[in-house]
Design a binder for this molecule. Structure first.
Ligand code: ADP
Ligand code: MG
Length: 699
């Protein structure tokens, strides 16, 4: 049976209304979409646990227990209800943050309850947060092995499309298919890798017959999913290498050597040297370079970019550097212009606020080739910007640029320029392989010498007075400080009020003590923003109150302290980026993460990660684990751009490595997937990736 062709509305028990809901809430339209809406967790209903057996590593489990001491504790946001569940082996705390008024008087002392939940640890004590509780006799436990739980949304639940209903739908589909689901991998491949068949895997992913069968089903589906992603992306890489020519950068000449020998501001780190060598080799190969340069904040990517630009100039090509914000572009422009001034190289800056006349001149100079380096923001992408001969395009802080924007740049020339994408957000290897598998990757894994790791603390809001005193002691030493507020969306009125109130508070404290403050946020005009930044950078102000506009790239080495307000509202990579603004000089630097008392488990883990490590890769891995298609009920927007249905890039590293190895093995033999035995692969790739085409050549 071709599952994919059937619309879900035709399934008995679904109908038009529920089908519409499934489409809106889950993006499910066909039988096939539905069957790949796999459970996000399983409840171990094979047994009833004793409380003494519980630990925070267990999945969702069930216990039989009585409940006592239901009470309300905490104030304001930290207000919650707790109770003690106990059996003959011990006790465990139950906790609720929501729906408190429904709980009062719910539990009778002499009653046995069946309690479901996932044990977690808080202050070294085990608890069950928001457990599901049933009367034990009425719901006598079903010892049915692993029971699937599906993600649903509030809207779905209101229409009785809860996890149980989804389970029923899955059962109906599987029954109709009756074991006849077309295989999506060749038989030889299934044998070679000892996989189970697709229909078996799909059956067991929804209705595990045993823990072992569940494991095998998960492996088969994850392996297949990751394998096809790798095969698809690596195929592009093989193709590009085979067919695409690039500008050959044959020589390393005057500009590079003069700069390297006489004007290098500091000796390169070993990692910088290695990366420059990798890039040089790549650009000289006659093939087009597509390279991702990863390097933690402060690792010195700018200098690498400059050296690469000089190689381009030595080969008579123009080059451009694109940054995501005006502040950053301007900063790059100033740094690079100063660095290259002794060599007489022409550098220009082009942003949204460049005046018309100046803009026209830039266009002119680009066209006749007299302008060698152009630095700018998105404005660079406008069609009128025509280079005479662009050989190398460098994109800084890549995550801010969309694929489409990069593709636009790509189309500017008949022969594509070499592309170097620089990112300060270290991407976990698994993610890089999945998103950028067709790019070559260089890594700067070493910071310039003499950097002291930033010391990071967590402080609750109640400690603000102490935090301000600490900031003051640093200012007394002549240092400067950032105070950062969340303003995730510039339109958030409440956030804006917090920012203004915070600014007033800072002023009240510091101005009478003789310190000057400044403020930057997204609502300021670019010129005002620049002026505030300049005042801070030149030491006219000692404290800069800011929103995340300073997140990327800003470089003020004398700033040695950063206070992040409402730190629980920032993502890990954002916190890491922000913290990267301090620790740039020789002084010991500090980052203080302020939070309210009430923290979700996830926020707490984020804060713990930040205080535990400065290593961007470690943080990126933790971020992926936390945000990956999470254990949160409801629609799961993980923020990752590739939507995996079964695999989890945070956890399935080994499977991904294997999938990638196997994909390479196949492509080496048959890069165009033309051999008879590989036909299923070719068909599947077409089916799975039909919407994404040429853009991948550049990103
Ligand atoms: P990022 O990789 O975050 O873009 P930058 O290129 O801004 O980092 O460099 C951070 C700081 O380190 C800058 O002040 C830069 O001048 C300095 N720097 C870069 N390379 C070296 C080096 N090899 N030795 C010492 N300092 C360096
Ligand atoms: Mg940078």
């Amino acid at each position: 049976m071709e599952l994919s062709k059937l619309h879900i509305k035709f399934l008995p028990g679904v109908g038009e209304k529920r089908a519409a809901l499934l489409r809106e809430e889950l993006g499910v339209e066909s039988y096939e979409d539905m069957i790949y809406h796999v459970p996000y967790k399983y409840i171990d209903r094979s047994r009833v646990y004793k409380i003494a057996e519980l630990n925070s590593q267990l999945p969702y489990i069930q216990i039989k227990a009585r409940i006592r001491d239901l009470q309300t504790v905490g104030e304001g946001k930290a207000r919650r209800m707790t109770a003690i569940a106990y059996d003959e082996t011990g006790s465990v705390e139950l906790v609720w943050f929501k729906g408190l008024k429904y709980l009062a008087g719910q539990f009778r002392p002499e009653q046995d309850y069946l309690i479901f939940g996932q044990p977690s640890e808080f202050n070294r004590r085990l608890n069950l947060v928001h457990p599901e509780i049933d009367n034990f006799e009425k719901s006598s436990p079903l010892l049915v092995g692993f029971q699937a739980v599906y993600a649903t949304t509030d809207k779905m639940k209101k229409a009785f499309l809860n996890s149980k209903a989804i389970s029923k739908i899955q059962a109906t589909i599987l029954k109709q298919a009756n074991g006849d689901i077309p295989e999506t991998l060749p038989a030889w491949f299934i044998r070679q890798h000892r996989l189970i068949y697709l229909h078996e895997a799909l059956y067991n992913i929804h209705f595990p017959q045993s823990p072992e069968m569940l494991r095998q089903a998960q492996y088969r589906l994850k392996f297949e999913e990751l394998f096809y992603i790798q095969l698809n992306i690596l195929k592009l890489k093989y193709k590009r290498k085979a067919y695409f020519q690039g500008h050959p950068f044959k020589t390393v000449g005057h500009y590079f050597n003069a700069f390297y020998n006489d004007h290098l501001p500091f000796p390169l780190t070993e990692a910088q040297k290695r990366v420059v060598r990798e890039i040089r080799k790549d650009c000289g190969s006659g093939k087009q370079m597509n390279r991702l340069l990863q390097g933690d904040v402060g690792s010195g990517k700018t200098l690498v970019a400059v050296l690469c630009m000089l190689i381009a100039l030595d080969n008579c090509y123009q080059t451009c550097l694109m940054a995501p914000t005006e502040i950053l572009a301007t900063q790059h422009y100033e740094t690079i212009r100063n660095m290259l001034a002794p060599l007489g190289i022409t550098v220009a800056l082009l942003t949204g606020s460049t005046r018309k006349k100046e803009r026209e001149e830039i266009h002119q100079d680009l066209n006749d080739g007299s302008l060698q380096i152009l630095i700018g923001t998105h404005a660079l992408l406008e069609d009128v910007v025509n280079f005479r001969n662009v050989g190398l395009v460098i994109i800084d802080e890549q995550h801010r640029f969309g694929v489409a924007q990069r593709a636009k740049l790509w189309q500017k020339n008949a022969t594509p320029p070499h592309v170097l994408v620089m990112t300060a957000t270290p991407i976990p290897r698994t993610l890089a392989m999945t998103l950028y598998g067709d790019l070559d990757v260089s890594v700067i894994d070493e910071l310039p010498p003499g950097r002291k790791p930033v010391t990071t603390w967590h402080a609750y809001d109640g400690k603000r007075a102490e935090v301000l005193r600490f900031v003051e002691t640093e200012l007394k030493k002549g240092r400067q400080a950032y105070v950062v507020y969340p303003l995730i969306s510039e339109s958030e009125k409440l956030d804006f009020r917090n920012l203004e109130e915070g600014y007033a508070q800072i002023n009240d404290y510091f101005q009478p003590r003789g310190y000057r403050t400044g403020i930057v946020h997204g609502k300021l005009k670019p010129a005002e923003k620049d002026e505030e930044m300049r005042r801070f950078a030149t030491g006219k102000t000692q404290i800069l109150v800011a929103t995340t506009v300073i997140e990327v790239g800003v470089n003020v080495p004398n700033a040695s302290i950063m206070v992040i307000e409402s730190a629980e509202r920032f993502g890990l990579s954002q916190l890491h980026q922000l913290r990267g603004r301090v620790g740039r000089g020789a002084d010991q630097s500090y980052c203080i993460l302020m939070t309210s008392y009430k923290l979700s488990n996830e926020s707490r883990k984020r804060i713990e990660t930040m205080t535990a490590t400065n290593d961007g890769f470690e943080i990126a891995e933790a971020d992926l684990k936390l945000r990956g298609p999470g254990d949160i009920e409801g629609t799961q927007q993980s923020g990752l751009t590739c939507n995996l249905k079964v695999a989890n890039l945070g956890k399935d590293t080994l499977i991904l490595n294997e999938a990638s190895r196997v994909a390479n093995e196949i492509l080496e033999q048959d890069p165009d997937l033309q051999q008879e035995e590989n036909q299923i692969f070719a068909t599947q790739i077409k089916r799975l990736f039909k919407t994404k085409i040429t853009w991948r050549y550049i990103s």
